[in-house]
Design a protein around this ligand. Structure first.
Ligand code: FAD
Ligand code: FES
Length: 335
């Protein structure tokens, strides 16, 4: 049996009943909803945390948000920041019109009475995310979702390893929250990596944290989850790739493989490596894939992912937005 996370998020909304989903299907209620902006805080050189509030049908739909799902944001009408606040490398591209919505995951979702609060962690990389920085409390933004399938919990698991690369952290942070709250029998351990300390989307001085504590990021520690930190240049935590950090840890701890599950999100190269490790060690593994998404709802076919058909050597294209973004790592064919 497979437990889907819809039951988990229902628990945050006291008015909603707990329900176990046994199929890998996307949320039945979705649509474009208007969200009110509550906050938009800069937490790093290029990282921001956006707080949103949904009411009415939007609150119901996003109250069922599952870790690993995402939402499509319409930022076409949002203003650019003043010229002096635009990073030099985005000065030209930011002038482009935003025709298409942009996909983002949520780092936290909670429900209270008739409202659902959602938080987004984003990095400024282009015209849409740059415009997002000008959103302020009291503004509204159109958000379509919840979209995609989300992570699931296979039966009998006792250990979950969360492996995040750079901006792959947000969906695994909410997953840490939900696993520790609703699956207390599962021990959760997180591994977060990036090129350098400043590329990690977390608050606070990571070099100091790693020096003082050896490991454990507050973002995971607040859910009682231990974490290991890795940077390619050694500016914080383990020096090297997060996949090497995980492998080293795993070989030393040697936990029961059949009772373990890996959840990973990050750059595709990292996901390919995670899939390879999972295969080598025979561990169940789910990876959250990224594609540029024009529609987010299975119409435009722009988000194709090459997959193996039913465990055979034959291949088929699946859609990242509808069949994913979370896939069993055995399914995906990496280049
Ligand atoms: C399911 C999903 C969840 C996501 N969650 C988050 C999140 O929580 N926080 C966050 O900051 N970003 C997230 N992203 C990425 C985000 O959608 C892009 O950064 C967004 O398109 C930026 O828009 P932009 O106009 O600012 O930049 P764009 O001009 O659209 O892109 C800037 C640069 O990023 C590259 N890029 C954009 N989107 C993708 C993609 N999907 N895959 C690979 N390269 C891409 C472009 O090629 C370009 O070089 C997510 C993407 C997906 C598919
Ligand atoms: S984004 Fe259009 S089909 Fe997936």
């Amino acid at each position: 049996m497979v437990l889907r996370f819809s039951k988990v998020c229902f628990r945050h909304a006291e008015s909603l009943s707990v329900k176990v989903m046994s199929e890998k299907k996307s949320s039945p209620v979705k649509g474009p909803f208007c969200a009110a902006v509550r906050s938009n805080k800069r937490i790093g050189e290029r990282f921001y945390r956006l707080g949103l509030e949904f009411t009415g049908a939007g609150a119901t739909a996003f109250g069922r948000f599952r870790p690993g799902q995402f939402a499509e944001f319409d930022l076409s009408a949002v203003a650019l920041p003043p010229r002096e606040k635009i990073p030099e490398d985005l000065a030209d591209v930011c002038q482009r019109n935003i025709l298409l919505r942009r996909p983002f995951a949520f780092v936290d979702v909670s429900a209270e009475k008739n409202k659902t609060f959602a938080e987004l962690l984003y990095s400024v990389v282009g015209p849409a995310s740059l415009r997002m920085t000008t959103l302020a409390a009291g503004d509204s933004v159109n958000v379509m979702g919840p979209l995609g399938n989300g992570f699931w919990v296979p039966d009998g698991k006792k250990r979950a390893f969360l492996i995040c690369g750079g901006m792959g952290a947000p969906p695994l942070q909410i997953l840490a929250k939900v696993l520790t709250k609703d699956f207390p029998d599962i021990e959760v351990i997180a591994f977060a990596g990036a090129k350098t300390a400043k590329d990690l989307p977390f608050e606070g001085r990571l070099d100091e944290i790693s020096q003082q504590l050896g490991f454990s990021l507050p973002e995971f520690a607040k859910y009682g989850v231990n974490s290991q930190l890795a940077t390619d240049d050694g500016s914080a935590g383990f020096k090297g790739m997060v996949t090497d950090c995980f492998k080293q840890w795993f070989d030393k701890a040697n936990p029961a493989r059949e009772r373990s599950v890996i959840y990973a999100c990050g750059p595709e190269q990292m996901l390919a490596k995670v899939a390879e490790i999972a295969k080598e060690k025979n561990i169940d593994c789910q990876i959250s894939m990224e594609r540029r998404m024009a529609c987010g709802i299975g119409i435009c076919q722009s988000c194709a992912i090459l997959c193996r058909a039913n465990g055979s050597n034959e291949t088929v294209y699946k859609l990242c937005c509808e069949d994913g973004p979370v896939f069993d790592s055995k399914e995906v064919v990496f280049n």
